[in-house]
Design a protein around this ligand. Structure first.
Ligand code: NAP
Ligand code: GDD
Length: 372
């Protein structure tokens, strides 16, 4: 039987890597896209036009679109990655977050049942370490109690439980990957890691003066997204549907991530002060052209990036995933991850510079009539 995957959230960080992974395995990959005023889908642009890659309009808030699409595609595997995935934004848009991240999961499960695909279609739910929230034990594993601590986490908790309920009530192969933070050069630019690597690159190239962050004491277990999508697939290849924690088992603070990112951009930082008064001061640089940065504050704290309730101690225990999925959580180390992201963003920022010079020159040449 042909493997047919339906990916919701195909335009996101994980959706793009998972599409590449499944196409390489010979799957027919179908992805859900939403109507947007901008048609360019940066993360999957390179896949569009690939014969086995198909995109369809639908929305997690629209049951009919999901029922029709599941019926048309007849998937053998569904990966539900679609979500309003930004924790801080969930405080500003809690109802939308609940609609997509909680009820959206129910709509998708019902779309499978409506099309009578319970016996033939396996479903992966993108669950999250945010369920542990105000953590009740460190590190966290599959048996750690949940204590969600944001509208996003509460919505995702519903998603987790409804998947478990449908597994038990209807004997469906549906399960959750409880994934800890995973990052990459495709990470959204307002998540803390990408915000830091882009800022380090811009500051090193004279395009930004200072990076403003929120809680730098916050601790995360950061992995590489490209390694994590393999687990999503492995979770659906088991004999029995089960939930898994996916994490590296190594924890770092936002401050440590910042210091290492700036190091890879050629800037050494020393942190001074506490809480709102903390500053990252430049103590040395590799590029002589950046010597004017020495002694300057390049990282400062802004209240704007603090959350009403913040999850500050995430640290996953991947023992079950290692044993049952045979997955290696250390394929890409924290140090390699930071290096990959900074290297990418140094090149991106440099290219933006070239592109804007070309635009400026073109405008000037047009004005002078040099080009017509
Ligand atoms: P992401 O980059 O923010 O991508 C989210 C995707 O969901 C995008 O494709 C987005 O489409 C789509 N989407 C949002 N609302 C939708 C709607 N109403 N209908 C259809 N599609 C919708 O997120 P990610 O980092 O790849 O994460 C993938 C999933 O894993 C999410 O469910 C997230 O909550 C979960 N997760 C992520 C992490 C992590 O560290 N990355 C950890 C644990 C769990 P547009 O492009 O149109 O906005
Ligand atoms: N975004 C952001 N911006 N976070 C900051 C900042 C800042 O300027 N300064 C400090 N932080 C802290 C946040 O308070 C949080 O404690 C931590 O950095 C990580 O924030 P994010 O990168 O926004 O990610 P997240 O952990 O809240 O959520 C991500 O990981 C979850 C898995 O644990 C998202 O990908 C979620 O969708 C995912 O479920």
């Amino acid at each position: 039987m042909k493997n047919i995957a339906l990916i919701t959230g195909v335009t996101g960080q994980d959706g793009s890597y998972l599409s590449e992974f499944l196409l390489e395995k010979g799957y027919d990959v179908h992805g859900i896209i939403r109507r947007s005023s901008v048609d360019y889908r940066e993360r999957i642009a390179h896949l569009e036009g690939t014969p086995n890659f198909h995109l369809h309009y639908a929305d997690m808030s629209d049951s009919m679109s999901l029922v029709k699409l599941v019926g048309k595609v007849q998937p053998t595997e569904i990966y539900n990655l679609a979500a309003q995935s930004h924790v801080q934004v969930s405080f500003d848009a809690p109802e939308f977050t609940a609609d997509v991240d909680a009820v959206g999961v129910l709509r998708l499960l019902e779309a499978v049942r409506t099309n009578h695909l319970e016996k033939t279609c396996k479903i992966y739910q993108a669950s999250t370490s945010e369920l542990y929230g105000k953590v009740e034990e460190v590190p966290q594993n599959e048996n750690t109690p949940f204590h969600p601590y944001s509208p996003y986490a509460v919505a995702k908790l519903y998603g987790f439980w409804i998947v478990k309920e449908y597994r038990e009530a209807y004997n469906m192969y549906c399960c959750s990957g409880i994934l800890f933070n995973h990052e990459s050069e495709r990470r959204g630019e307002t998540f803390v890691t990408r915000k830091i690597t882009l800022a380090a690159a811009r500051i090193a190239q004279g395009k930004q003066d200072c990076l403003y962050l929120g809680n730098m004491d916050s601790l995360r277990d950061w992995g590489y997204a490209k390694d994590y999508v393999e687990c999503m697939w492995l979770i659906l290849q088991q004999e029995k549907p089960e939930d898994f924690v996916i994490a590296t088992g190594v924890q770092h603070s936002v401050r440590e991530f910042t210091q290492l990112a700036f190091h890879h951009a050629g800037i050494e930082l020393k942190f001074e002060g506490k809480d709102m008064d903390e500053k990252g001061i430049c103590v040395s640089v590799i590029n002589p052209a950046n010597e004017h940065l020495i002694g300057k504050t390049l990282v400062a704290v802004s209240e704007d990036f603090y959350r009403p309730t913040d999850v500050v101690n995430l640290w996953g225990d991947p023992t079950k995933a290692k044993a049952k999925l045979g997955w290696n959580p250390q394929t890409t180390s924290f140090e390699q991850l930071v290096e990959i992201m900074v290297e990418h963003d140094m090149a991106k920022v440099a290219a933006e510079d070239v592109a804007s010079r070309v635009r400026t020159n073109l405008a000037e040449y047009l004005e002078k009539g040099i080009v017509k």
